[in-house]
Design a protein around this ligand. Structure first.
Ligand code: G
Ligand code: G
Ligand code: NA
Ligand code: MN
Length: 249
């Protein structure tokens, strides 16, 4: 409860900020886009993890104004990156907001960001409650021209049927599969199957949570489209991303 009150004031007080974790081409050489990740610098408690405050914000509804602020800030930042896209995590609660699609439109129009440079990362949570509504929302978003990604792929219940019915452009392989790549024999065939699925359906595949050179080598050999993880880059401040883009265009 205390944290709920705190959060409301904190948004107004500017205590939230974004970091951006770069996503790279298959070889881990060139930055293709970056994922916005929200951070909370609490004046007394220090940094609070989103793993702690996002679930609270989802319960108390603050995720809607917070999510609006995240999307707008991310779009505004990406306009300075000259063709490098930005991805934003969208909570199922934001997805329930009747104004969500209009907010996306407004955000693109007001910041001037090219629609395809905004990627929305959703988890299957959005599909669980009312799948028909979710399909029609995703189709509307598609018309707006944004890129749609299914996050944490492979961890849910019926991800395969979702791919058949939903217009996703990108699959993000959950990092649990990636971290198993150099530990468990069964991991590589699973990752290969996801990559084959992506190829067959014309969906780009991003591997998240790449932490070792061995994992990267396997993903590159198996033609994963994009890689992301601490090995390549940690979440960075916007200025650091801009610097990296100058160093390795
Ligand atoms: O950045 P980190 O690994 O600490 O994030 C922990 C969790 O918080 C992850 O599940 C991540 O998806 C989620 N998260 C981080 N930033 C955002 C955000 O901007 N919006 C939403 N909805 N979730 C986020
Ligand atoms: O749920 P989602 O996939 O959006 O989670 C993103 C979170 O994953 C971010 O908070 C980010 O800090 C974290 N992350 C990004 N790269 C790595 C990595 O290489 N290893 C681990 N353990 N976490 C990572
Ligand atoms: Na994500
Ligand atoms: Mn993920």
């Amino acid at each position: 409860r205390q944290m709920t009150e705190g959060m409301r004031n904190s948004l107004a007080a500017g205590e939230f900020y974004l970091e951006y974790q770069p996503r790279f081409d298959a070889r881990g050489r060139h930055i293709r886009s970056a994922e916005a990740l929200v951070r909370w610098a609490h004046p007394e408690r220090g940094r609070i993890s989103p793993a702690e405050f996002i679930p609270l914000a989802e319960q108390n509804g603050l995720i809607v104004p917070l999510g609006d602020w995240i999307m707008r800030t991310a779009c505004e930042t990406a306009t300075h990156w000259h063709g490098i896209g930005v991805s934003v995590n969208v909570s199922p609660v934001q997805f329930r907001d009747a104004d969500f699609v209009q907010k996306v439109r407004d955000c693109l129009e007001e910041t001037g960001l090219e629609p395809s440079l905004l990627e929305l990362e959703v988890t299957e949570g959005i599909l669980l409650e009312d799948a028909d509504r979710a399909i029609s929302l995703l189709k509307e978003l598609k018309k707006v021209g944004v890129t749609l990604a299914m996050d944490d792929f492979g961890t849910g219940y019926s991800s395969l049927s979702y791919l058949r019915n939903f217009p996703f452009d990108v699959i993000k392989i959950d990092r649990s599969f990636v971290s198993d790549l150099d530990r468990k024999e069964s991991a590589r065939p699973i990752v290969q199957a996801i990559l084959g699925l992506g190829r067959a359906l014309g969906i780009s595949v991003t591997a998240e949570g790449v932490e070792t050179n061995e994992q990267l080598a396997i993903l590159t050999a198996d033609h994963c489209n994009e890689v992301q993880g601490f090995l390549l880059a940690r979440p960075l401040r916007a200025e650091q991303v801009a610097e990296l883009l100058q160093e390795m265009p």
